[in-house]
Design a protein around this ligand. Structure first.
Ligand code: MG
Length: 452
């Protein structure tokens, strides 16, 4: 194994690249850097109890006190770390990956995923032979920690409970056999909603649907919304930090639309505030934030980058197009149940169907494409591209994003995982976005060709 941490934590196929040994040694390295009091939790995968025990062993071997939270959503563990002033946390989860995968998310003392800097330090220690192990009388101990009740109360405290209870919304939920089952239905019920569920039993084989909620695998919740006459459907990913919404007509809306809805409401309540989102996000976000007198702060692609920037700059709202919303007044990390509660709160306050609320948002045509590029040429190609294009507005925090006067934009970004450049573009009209992609695809191909 080379680098262990990917975009969000460590992931691998269980007992192949991700063994108990890897998890034990990684947890020992992480624990020795994080501090003394460490919360440990796990998702509902078949391999999670085995790997959680390995993580606990690693932490005890370097003298940590382990607060074992058992099975819970990732944001619940993160909330426990921050609210109880622990020194860090380890979540055994592979988020939305298929069932043969598992992984680890390392949480720092502020409840947010470890910084890129800390990830590098953990890796250095791991590959450098590991931290010193404690003698018999310095080994840590384990205590049990019940984290769910305090977490649910925290989520509820950030919405208008009375307004919601009066609205009596009908809500259909699809936790996808993941750990969102433990929080989201109870939160919705406490908000006075009539809740119906599908795939709400935790099952690490994910028999109901794939663990990543996408428009093409949500037929179950769409049907449930219609059959139960629900006002809204919400589908969660495997570890409960992302939420995707289905309107009352059974139509799935991608996460950029729900994020824009939340951002619009946030700016109405907090005029002029900044909102953080990756450079790949829709113009829609910028439109609603600017209409509220605020500004968008662009980040690198990846939820950890958004969360860490929020903490560093005191930004109170962040989000990604995949349904991960970070609501700072609660915590600066993605949180599926919090996202659900925020959207339910908007629906109750506005007294409008979700489809109508989303129809008020600006519409853009989107297009994605890719250009092959050998790993070793990526940086050179990016530099050459930066030198050869001209646009009235340019952002280089991750790849190269170009805005044009008609509101269209294109992002040219080297993939972190594949030998390709990814192209993302948006414009008001389909024809324009297609032309934009065609023109820049040709340019990237020329630049890569000239270097190779
Ligand atoms: Mg996740």
């Amino acid at each position: 194994m080379g680098r262990l941490f990917g975009t969000n934590g460590v992931r691998g196929v269980v007992n192949k690249d991700l063994t108990t040994e890897v998890v034990l040694n990684l947890a020992a390295a992480a624990g020795s850097l994080l501090g003394e009091k460490i919360a440990v939790g796990m998702d509902g995968r078949t391999s999670s109890p085995m790997l959680k025990d390995a993580a606990v062993s690693g932490l005890l071997s370097v003298g940590c006190t382990v607060h074992d939270t058992g099975t819970l959503p990732t944001p619940t563990l993160q909330h426990a770390v921050k609210s109880l002033s622990l020194d860090g946390g380890i979540m055994v989860t592979a988020s939305h990956n298929p069932p043969q995968f598992n992984g680890m998310k390392v949480v720092a003392g502020d409840g947010v995923e470890a910084s890129r800097q800390m990830e590098a330090e953990i890796e250095e220690l791991y590959f450098g032979g590991g931290p010193p192990l404690r003698p018999w009388n310095g080994i840590g101990r384990t205590t049990k920690l019940e984290a769910l009740e305090a977490y649910k109360e925290a989520v509820l405290s950030h919405v208008e409970r009375e307004t919601l209870r009066e609205a009596r919304l009908r809500v259909a939920l699809d936790p996808g056999n993941g750990v969102a089952s433990l929080a989201a239905p109870a939160v919705a019920e406490d908000l006075g909603c009539a809740v119906s569920t599908i795939n709400a039993e935790i099952d690490g084989r994910f028999p109901g649907r794939e663990s990543e909620p996408r428009p093409d695998n949500l037929d179950g919740i769409r049907a449930l919304v219609k059959a139960s006459g629900a006002d809204v459907g919400v589908a969660f990913d495997g570890d409960g930090d992302r939420a995707i919404f289905v309107d009352e007509r059974g139509e799935v809306h991608w996460g950029d639309r729900s994020f824009a809805l939340v951002a619009k409401d946030f700016l109405a309540r907090n005029p002029g505030e900044a909102v953080a989102t990756p450079v790949s996000s829709s113009r829609m976000i910028e439109d609603v934030v600017e209409a509220g007198g605020g500004k968008v702060v662009w980040t690198r692609v990846g939820s950890v980058d958004v969360s860490r920037l929020m903490v560093a700059e005191g930004i109170r709202l962040g989000g990604e197009e995949n349904g991960g919303i970070m609501y700072g007044p609660h915590q600066s990390v993605r949180d599926g149940a919090m996202t659900m509660a925020l959207v339910l709160g908007i629906m109750a306050a506005e007294e409008k169907p979700l489809s109508a609320l989303l129809a008020e948002l600006p519409e853009y045509a989107q297009m994605k494409d890719r250009v092959p590029c050998p790993e070793k040429l990526k940086l050179k190609a990016l530099e050459a591209l930066r030198g050869s294009v001209e646009a009235p507005r340019v952002e280089t925090v991750d790849g190269l994003k170009l805005w044009y006067p008609d509101g269209s934009w294109i992002l040219i970004r080297p993939s972190g995982t594949e030998p390709i450049f990814r192209l993302y573009a948006e414009a008001r009209k389909k024809g324009r976005v297609a032309a934009l992609v065609e023109e820049h695809k040709k340019l990237v191909e020329e630049v890569v060709g000239s270097l190779g």
